[in-house]
Design a protein around this ligand. Structure first.
Ligand code: HEC
Length: 179
């Protein structure tokens, strides 16, 4: 009986410890374990929907502005990630500087530099930044990193700081989304 109670107490302690270890608050603002795992699920969803990876959907590229690269393609769609549907904006960034629209049209995969993604998650995920999950992938689907080695996934400070200056409260530059 005594032993049983101790075992129960230990079990509860272990559960609480596990709960704390995985609590969102213990995670860095971006680039932590939960964010990189979610970014992987997001990449798989992009690939399954044809927006990334081999044989991805193409469109006519256009000349972009800094910081997103010389030539761009942008796709809007609604997809499901881990059981929740949300708005997706994919920006394919082509380079290096000086490359032409024609070069990219002829060989989009060979000139792909990175894939920057905004995915609007569930209410409450990031109330101060319109619930966007931000990620920057290299062409093979791995995450790009900040100079000090943090994976660019989650409530990514650099993306948010700049996108905060977009018109309206949606953090989107190219058009105003309905609230
Ligand atoms: C210094 C400013 C700046 C930073 C930093 C920045 N962006 Fe952008 N982003 C822009 C501008 C300006 C546009 C619109 C023009 C264009 O398409 O290039 C844009 C467009 C986008 C779009 C298309 C939707 C829209 O807002 O029009 C996506 C997706 C995107 N950025 C993702 C990202 C991600 C992910 C990061 C961080 C890894 C990031 N951006 C960092 C300035 C920035």
């Amino acid at each position: 009986m005594q032993t049983g109670r101790i075992a129960a107490a230990l079990g509860l302690g272990a559960m609480l410890a596990a709960g704390f270890a995985f609590a969102q608050d213990d995670q860095p603002a971006f680039g932590g374990e939960a964010d990189t795992a979610y970014a992987e699920a997001l990449w798989n969803a992009l690939r399954d929907a044809g927006y990334a990876g081999d044989g991805a959907i193409q469109m006519k590229p256009y000349e972009g502005t800094e910081p997103h690269g010389a030539i761009l393609q942008t796709f809007w769609a609604e997809i499901e990630v881990e059981g929740a549907r949300g708005m997706l904006i994919v920006k394919r960034n082509f380079g290096p500087a000086g490359i032409s629209v024609e070069d990219v049209s002829n060989d989009p995969d060979g000139n792909l530099d990175s894939v920057t993604v905004m995915f609007q998650r569930e209410e409450g995920y990031a109330p101060d930044s319109a619930n966007w999950f931000w990620a920057k992938y290299l062409p093979d689907g791995s995450l790009d990193q900040t100079p000090d080695g943090m994976a660019l996934a989650g409530r990514t400070a650099g993306c948010i700081a700049c996108h905060a200056s977009a018109a309206g409260d949606d953090f989107v530059f190219s058009m105003d989304m309905q609230p």
